[in-house]
Design a protein around this ligand. Structure first.
Ligand SMILES: *[C@@H]1O[C@H](CO)[C@@H](O)[C@H](O)[C@H]1NC(C)=O
Ligand SMILES: *[C@@H]1O[C@H](CO)[C@@H](O)[C@H](O)[C@H]1NC(C)=O
Ligand SMILES: *[C@@H]1O[C@H](CO)[C@@H](O)[C@H](O)[C@H]1NC(C)=O
Ligand SMILES: *[C@@H]1O[C@H](CO)[C@@H](O)[C@H](O)[C@H]1NC(C)=O
Ligand SMILES: *[C@@H]1O[C@H](CO)[C@@H](O)[C@H](O)[C@H]1NC(C)=O
Ligand SMILES: *[C@H]1O[C@@H](CO)[C@H](O)[C@@H](O)[C@@H]1NC(C)=O
Length: 571
C-alpha cells in the first residue's frame, strides 16, 4: 500500500468509526446522520437490478398506498431523495399501466404541515364510494408524536393523481394516553362493515403486538374501539398491518370490504423485532370486530411468512380491473451502508405478486403478476435431464444474470429421504446445517443461480426432502453463503418448509434472477424466498445458471423453461 492509499484508508476508517459512533435506531431504521444526505455521484451498474422496481438512485423502503385508479396503477414508496441510507423521507410516486414499466412523477408528499413536519411515514389507500381515492398515512408532529393523517388528490380528474393535498383538519387520529406515541403507525386500507369504516394502526404494549381498531361513519371522525382487532404476546411492535378477505376457492381477489360465508381473512404484520412479514388466516367477526386466527395458523414469529428472505413492510391492494389481490414488498440490501453509498442506491420492491388462498385453506399462494411474462425474451427449453448425485448441468443460451426460470423436478421414490430431526423447528437453521454441499438422499436438488463458471460463487435454490414419522418434510433453501467472494456482506441461509403433497413425486420451482436478487417460488408459490446477493465473478455476461443434484436419489428435470428477461422502463 503506498502512502497516499494508506492515508486515504485511515481517513476512511476514521470516517467509518465516526459513523458507527453516531448510529442510532430510529423507529426501526438504523440512522446514519452523516450519510443520509450524501448524494450519489454515480450509480454503480454491476448489481443494479434490471426488471425490479427501483428509483434512479438513492434509498427506498416501504411500498405505500398501492392503488388502481381509472386504468392506472399507482405505487408510492418511502424514499430518501438525498442519499442511499434511510433519512429525509418523502412519499415518492410512480405510475404504470402494467406494474412492470413505470413512470416517476413528482413526490406526492413531503413534511410540510404541523401534523407531519417531522416525517411522512407509511400508509395505505382507500377508494371511497364515488371513486374517490384517499390516503391514510402516519405523520410525525413537532413532538415526534406519531399521528394518523389523510391526503386527497388535488384533482381527481388528473389521470396520474399527481398532486396531493393534506387538509387542515388533520390529524385524524392521535395516540391516546394508553398508547406509546412513538409506537403507533402505518394505517391500513379502510374497510366498510356494519355501517362504519374501520382501519387498523400498528402498535405495541410492552412486548404485546397490537392492531388497534378505529371506526368512523364519515372517514374523518375516527373513534378508537375498546378492543384491538387482534393482538399477540411477545411479538413486539407490529408495523404495516394489512387485513383483507380471501375467497375460500379460486384465485380471484376481493375488495377489502367484502365478508361472508365463502370468505376467510388474512392478517399480516411486519414484526420489527425480526424484520419479517408474518400472516395468519382466520375469521373476522364483523359484529364483534374481532379477528380470530384459525387453529392451523401460528400467531407470531414461528408462523407463516409471505417470504422467508429479504421481504418486509409489504402491502396488498385489490385490483378491480383484473379482479385480483396484489402484494408489494420491500427487499432491502444485504450489503453494508458504506457499499450502498458507493453504489448510489439501496432497496428494491419485489416483483408484485398475485395472492390467493390455497385450497387447503391453511396458507396463501403467491405468484408473480402475469404482466411480468411480457419481458420474457430468448428462451431455452429442456426436458428429461437426469441428474445423479454430484451432477450439475449448465442451462446455456440465456442471460443468466437477468432471467426467469421455471423447472419441474421429479424423483422415482422417497425411501432415500433423510431422517427428519423433530428438533428442527426453524427452516433456516436446517438450511444452514445441511446446505447444498452436504450430500443427502432425496435432494438437495434445484438451481444454481448467479453462478460463476467454475462455481467459486453461486446462490443455490433447492429442495431437500426429509422423512418424519408420519409424513415427509420438504425444505426450500436459498442459501447466500457461497453467493459472493466479497466481504462485509450479510449471507444468510434463508429457508422455509413447503406444505406440499408429494404423491406425484414432483416439485416445481420458479426463480426470478436479476443481478443482485434471486426471488424464488417453490411448489407453485406456496413457499417464497427472496435473497439479495452480490457476486464478484458471476456478474453480467459472466453469470451462469445450472441445475444440480447432490442427493443419492436420481432426480429428473422433467421440464425446464428459462428466458432472458428484458429491461422494462423503470424509474
Ligand atoms: C407538544 O408537547 C407540548 C408539551 O407537552 C404541548 O404543549 C404541545 O401542545 C405539543 N404539541 C403538539 C403539536 O401536540
Ligand atoms: C384536472 O385534470 C384535468 C385532466 O388532466 C385537467 O383537464 C384539468 O384542467 C385539471 N383541473 C385543474 C383545476 O387543474
Ligand atoms: C415507547 O417506545 C419507545 C421505543 O420507541 C421506548 O423507548 C419507550 O420506553 C416507550 N415508552 C413507554 C412509556 O413505554
Ligand atoms: C381446529 O378447528 C377446527 C374447526 O375450525 C376443528 O374441527 C378442529 O378440531 C380444531 N383442531 C384443534 C386441534 O383444535
Ligand atoms: C455437492 O456436494 C459436494 C460434496 O460435498 C460439494 O463439493 C459440492 O460443492 C456440492 N455442490 C453444490 C452445488 O453445493
Ligand atoms: C435487511 O438487511 C439485513 C442486513 O443488513 C438486516 O439483517 C435486515 O434486518 C434488514 N431487513 C429489514 C427489513 O430492514
Amino acid at each position: 500500500m503506498d502512502v497516499l492509499k494508506l492515508l486515504r484508508f485511515s481517513v476512511l476508517l476514521c470516517f467509518l468509526c465516526q459513523i458507527s459512533k453516531n448510529n442510532e435506531v430510529y423507529a426501526s431504521h438504523m440512522v446514519y446522520p452523516e450519510l443520509q444526505s450524501i448524494s450519489a455521484v454515480t450509480v454503480k451498474q454491476i448489481h443494479r437490478t434490471g426488471f425490479h422496481f427501483r428509483p434512479k438512485r438513492h434509498w427506498i423502503n416501504d411500498p405505500n398506498a398501492p392503488l388502481y385508479f381509472n386504468g392506472i396503477y399507482h405505487l408510492f414508496y418511502q424514499y430518501n431523495p438525498k442519499g442511499s441510507v434511510w433519512g429525509n423521507i418523502v412519499w415518492a410516486h410512480s405510475v404504470s399501466k402494467d406494474m412492470i414499466n413505470w413512470k416517476a412523477l413528482d413526490h406526492a408528499m413531503y413534511p410540510s404541515k404541523p401534523f407531519d413536519i417531522n416525517g411522512v411515514w407509511s400508509g395505505s389507500a382507500t377508494v371511497l364510494p364515488g371513486n374517490i381515492p384517499v390516503i391514510l398515512y402516519t405523520g410525525l408532529d413537532p413532538n415526534n408524536t406519531q399521528v394518523q393523517n389523510y391526503a386527497v388528490p388535488a384533482n381527481a380528474s388528473d389521470p396520474y393523481l399527481r398532486e396531493w393535498i393534506k387538509p387542515d383538519n388533520n390529524p385524524l387520529v392521535v395516540p391516546t394516553k394508553d398508547i406509546n406515541a412513538s409506537q403507533f403507525r402505518d394505517p391500513t386500507t379502510a374497510w366498510w362493515s356494519n355501517g362504519q369504516w374501520k382501519m387498523l394502526v400498528g402498535s405495541r404494549r410492552k412486548l404485546r403486538g397490537m392492531a388497534y381498531l378505529y371506526r368512523s361513519k364519515d372517514f374523518f371522525n375516527w373513534v378508537k374501539a375498546k378492543h384491538p382487532l387482534h393482538s399477540a404476546p411477545n411479538t413486539g411492535m407490529w408495523e404495516c398491518p394489512d387485513f383483507y378477505p380471501v375467497l375460500l376457492a379460486g384465485k380471484k381477489g376481493l375488495d377489502t370490504s367484502v365478508n361472508g360465508k365463502n370468505v376467510k381473512f388474512v392478517l399480516k404484520v411486519s414484526l420489527d423485532l425480526t424484520r419479517y412479514d408474518y400472516y395468519t388466516v382466520g375469521k373476522y367477526n364483523a359484529a364483534k370486530d374481532k379477528y380470530i386466527p384459525d387453529n392451523t395458523s401460528i400467531d407470531g414469529w414461528e408462523g407463516l411468512r409471505y417470504d422467508y428472505g429479504n421481504f418486509y413492510a409489504s402491502k396488498t391492494f385489490y385490483d378491480p380491473a383484473k379482479k385480483r389481490r396484489i402484494l408489494w414488498g420491500w427487499a432491502n440490501e444485504s450489503d453494508s451502508s458504506e457499499d450502498d453509498i458507493k453504489k448510489g442506491w439501496a432497496g428494491i420492491q419485489a416483483i408484485p405478486r398475485t395472492v390467493w388462498l390455497d385450497p387447503s385453506g391453511k396458507q396463501l399462494v403467491q405468484w408473480p403478476v402475469e404482466e411480468l411474462n411480457c419481458l420474457r425474451g430468448q428462451k431455452v427449453h429442456k426436458n428429461n435431464v437426469k441428474l445423479n448425485k454430484g451432477d450439475h448441468v449448465e442451462i446455456k443460451g440465456i442471460t443468466a444474470a437477468q432471467a426467469d426460470v421455471e423447472a419441474t423436478f421429479s424423483f422415482p421414490r422417497l425411501d432415500k429421504a433423510e431422517k427428519f430431526d423433530p428438533k428442527w423447528v426453524k427452516a433456516q437453521d436446517v438450511c444452514a446445517q445441511k446446505g447444498s454441499k452436504n450430500q443427502g438422499g432425496v435432494g438437495p436438488f434445484g438451481l444454481l443461480t448467479l453462478a460463476s463458471k467454475n462455481l467459486e460463487e453461486f446462490t443455490p435454490v433447492f429442495f431437500r426432502i426429509f422423512k418424519a414419522p408420519k409424513r415427509h418434510v420438504v425444505l426450500l433453501c436459498s442459501d447466500a453463503r457461497s453467493s459472493s467472494l466479497g466481504e462485509g456482506l450479510y449471507k444468510p441461509s434463508f429457508a422455509g418448509f413447503v406444505d406440499v403433497d408429494l404423491a406425484d413425486k414432483k416439485l416445481s420451482l420458479r426463480s426470478l434472477i436479476d443481478h443482485s436478487v434471486v426471488e424464488s417460488y417453490g411448489a407453485g408459490g406456496k413457499t417464497c424466498i427472496t435473497s439479495r446477493v452480490y457476486p464478484t465473478l458471476a456478474i453480467l455476461g459472466d453469470a451462469h445458471l445450472f441445475v444440480f443434484n447432490n442427493g443419492s436419489e436420481t432426480v429428473t428435470v422433467e421440464n425446464l423453461n428459462a428466458w432472458s428477461m428484458k429491461s422494462p422502463r423503470v424509474d
